[in-house]
Design a protein around this ligand. Structure first.
Ligand code: SF4
Ligand code: SF4
Length: 327
């Protein structure tokens, strides 16, 4: 019988995916020291998203006008004629880009001496990813850690994600996935056999509000979580809630979240992820508007009060804020 690692299957190390970045020695995304593989592409449009550079599947570039000295090197090197210098905005000339002409060669990123251009994402094979991950095996061994695949939404590149997880399994590297669970069930089934831990975002329990703020309704997400919970896969679930003031912090939403969590047998805990604005500059570099730019991060006291309310709903598992269990 074929094992869960697909022994005997055609090796898929040559599969290509779009990787946003690989972060090492994380202590927030699973047991022990984690190497986190962030993939690009996401079918959701969370209004508060703090990583807008992860949303688009293709590699893209950002421009930091504050760093630009107007030297014109990027303009001269662009083979597509997509860049232009303009002196209308300030004394130092700034660069404008015609996205319809840009071929995403990223020569502008390479040529800028002031690092005003930044590339978000690159195409990698599974083999290249595994080569990077394998450098950290000694840390996994000594800390009980492993790999966590995150996004964007890793399920938007499900075959690439499954191939990475399968290759990790063959090497004995424990694997976790951070996901919205917004994918057809058949795609969820492709990756579940390779996982020990699943981190699931639970943003809003009301279907219409979810549609309004996330761009899709939540029925597929909630169905998938229930199916995983009832499946034979021995995966442990951790629910993550991005706590956004005025959006999902109401008593009603937290009570509904607590009730849903109470129904899950495989749930090990709930993590509160307080709203922050660390992605604000990136929106500007990508030339995009940030819908929540006026919303201030909440106070620690407010976060603890709301987390305490959720814990008071008796969800059946501990509630954590910044790694600390809420009493
Ligand atoms: S990525 Fe290439 S084509 Fe696009 S603006 Fe930069 S140099 Fe020009
Ligand atoms: S190369 Fe860099 S500093 Fe020079 S104009 Fe282009 S972005 Fe500005």
């Amino acid at each position: 019988m074929e094992s869960q690692w697909g022994d005997g299957m055609k090796d898929d190390l040559s599969l290509m995916g779009t990787v946003l970045r690989i972060e090492r020695t994380s202590i927030h995304d699973g047991a022990g020291l984690r190497t986190v593989l962030f993939l690009k592409g996401c079918p959701l449009q969370c209004s508060w998203c703090s990583t807008p550079e992860s949303q688009c599947r293709a590699p893209e570039k950002g421009y930091d006008a504050g760093r630009c000295m107007g030297c014109g090197r990027c303009v001269a090197s662009c083979p597509a004629g997509a860049l232009h210098l303009s002196s209308e905005v300030s004394k130092v000339s700034k660069v404008s880009v015609d996205q319809t002409k840009c071929s995403r060669c990223f020569l502008c990123v390479v040529k800028c001496p002031h690092r005003a251009w930044k590339q978000y994402g690159s195409i990698m094979t599974v083999e290249e990813v595994i080569k990077e991950i394998s450098k950290d095996e000694i840390f996994f061994f000594h800390s009980g850690g492993g790999v966590t695949v995150s996004g964007g939404e890793a399920l938007s590149q499900v075959d690439f994600t499954a191939a990475v997880l399968r290759a990790c399994g063959r090497r004995g590297i424990p694997a976790a996935l951070e996901t919205s669970c917004y994918a057809p069930w058949g795609e969820m089934e492709k990756i579940l056999p390779f996982l020990q831990n699943l981190y699931v975002d639970l943003k809003l329990m009301d279907r219409d509000l979810h549609q309004q703020w996330v761009g899709v309704d939540n029925s597929l997400i909630l169905d998938n979580i229930r199916r995983i919970d009832q499946s034979s896969h021995p995966v442990e679930i951790m629910v993550r809630i991005p706590l956004i003031p005025g959006l999902n912090d109401s008593d009603d939403n937290l009570a509904a979240t607590g009730a849903f969590c109470r129904s899950l047998k495989k749930l090990k805990g709930i993590e509160i992820l307080p709203y922050h604005r660390l992605g604000k500059e990136t929106y500007s570099h990508l030339g995009r508007d940030y819908a929540f730019k006026k919303l201030l991060p909440p106070s620690p006291a407010w976060i603890l009060e709301r987390a305490g309310f959720l814990a008071g709903q008796k969800p059946g598992v501990p509630v954590y804020v910044n790694g600390n269990e809420v009493a």
